[in-house]
Design a protein around this ligand. Structure first.
Ligand SMILES: Nc1nc2c(ncn2[C@@H]2O[C@H](COP(=O)(O)OP(=O)(O)OP(=O)(O)O)[C@@H](O)[C@H]2O)c(=O)[nH]1
Length: 301
């Protein structure tokens, strides 16, 4: 069996229908990762299996005209997600056509998109007459060399399967990024890791080693209804390990307690959380691409 796997970034103006489309493509298999923790890194929104392909969708905050600093950071994250993806899909709204926002995205795509696979998906086709779609398709393709154009209605499901199957064939050949049996609880593992990372950030303030990541290694459902969760905090230097552990292990203990309490509240049941701190000097190099995507790098990927 030849497997394929890769990253797909969905970009578009706010309200274009990205979430609706993602939910449809990912289906019930993987729920969407949403959590209040704000970070500017692009993260995984879901993983779709289509035939022998694994499509990993990365989140891109809506592309709007940034004003505040945080907004600028979010838009930058959206673009970096797009720059690293194997395929970019630009989603626009059929009834709104080429808005100023779309024009700005096209300008930016022209700058970064050269040599990149960019497809166009015209969404909400249920809201317009068929004839207008032809003109819009032509107009958009004159402005940018899209490799393919799809006419879809994310809400009604029209054309969505076709788009997903096409993406499945476009992601590069290679081993799956996630074992199939892990996909189902992937979002929970990520959320749990993120909670611990957030507690570390709160606790350590400026002392926080910049290059640090948390991975959920193991998740075990226990008969009594509780969950045992094992996580590893990876740092790149011995000195960082000391900071994370704290005097007599006080810091990591407090972090573990706070993370466990939040997890218990989130899951509505008892949690046993075990944290380990490990030094992995090359972590950053090994995982750069993955961590940028909000992915926790796993050996062998
Ligand atoms: N008529 C119609 N409405 C749609 C379609 N797809 C999405 N919508 C609606 O468009 C609105 C925005 O959809 P979202 O999926 O939240 O859009 P988004 O791009 O994720 O928005 P942001 O999170 O703000 O970036 C929602 O009210 C959807 O129900 C479609 O195919 N047809």
């Amino acid at each position: 069996m030849t497997t394929r796997a890769g990253f797909v970034a969905l970009i578009g103006e706010p309200n274009a229908g990205k979430s609706t489309l993602l939910n449809r493509m990912v289906g019930a298999k993987v729920s969407i990762v949403t959590h209040k923790v704000q970070t500017t890194r692009a993260r995984i929104r879901g993983v779709a299996m289509a035939g022998d392909s694994q499509i990993v969708f990365v989140d891109t905050p809506g592309l709007f005209q940034p004003r505040r600093r945080l907004d600028r950071a979010m838009v930058a994250a959206a673009w970096s997600g797009a720059a690293d993806a194997d395929v970019v899909v630009l989603l626009i709204e059929a009834h709104r056509g080429i808005t100023e926002g779309v024009e700005r995205i096209l300008e930016r795509l022209t700058e970064i998109g050269q040599g990149r696979k960019v497809a166009l998906a015209i969404n909400k086709i249920d809201r317009v007459q068929a004839e207008s779609l032809l003109a819009l398709t032509k107009d958009m393709n004159e402005r940018f060399p899209f490799v393919e154009t799809f006419l879809i209605s994310a809400e009604k499901g029209h054309g969505v399967e076709h788009l997903r199957d096409w993406l499945a064939g476009e992601v590069p050949e290679g081993p799956w990024l996630y074992p199939e049996d892990q996909i189902a609880d992937l979002p929970m593992r990520m959320i749990a890791a993120e909670m611990t990372r957030e507690k570390l950030t709160l606790r350590l303030h400026q002392e926080l080693p910049y290059q640090l990541t948390v991975e959920t290694e193991n998740w075990e459902e226990r008969k009594d209804g509780s969950a045992r969760i094992d996580q590893i905090v990876y740092v790149i230097r011995d000195g960082h390990k000391g900071i994370v552990l704290g005097h007599k292990g006080e810091t990591i203990k407090a972090v573990g307690k706070a993370a466990r309490e939040e997890l218990e509240e989130f899951l509505g049941r008892k949690v046993h959380l075990f944290l380990q701190v490990k030094v992995r000097p090359n972590w950053l190099e090994e995982s750069e691409r993955y961590s940028e995507m909000g992915l926790d790098f796993k050996d062998g990927n």
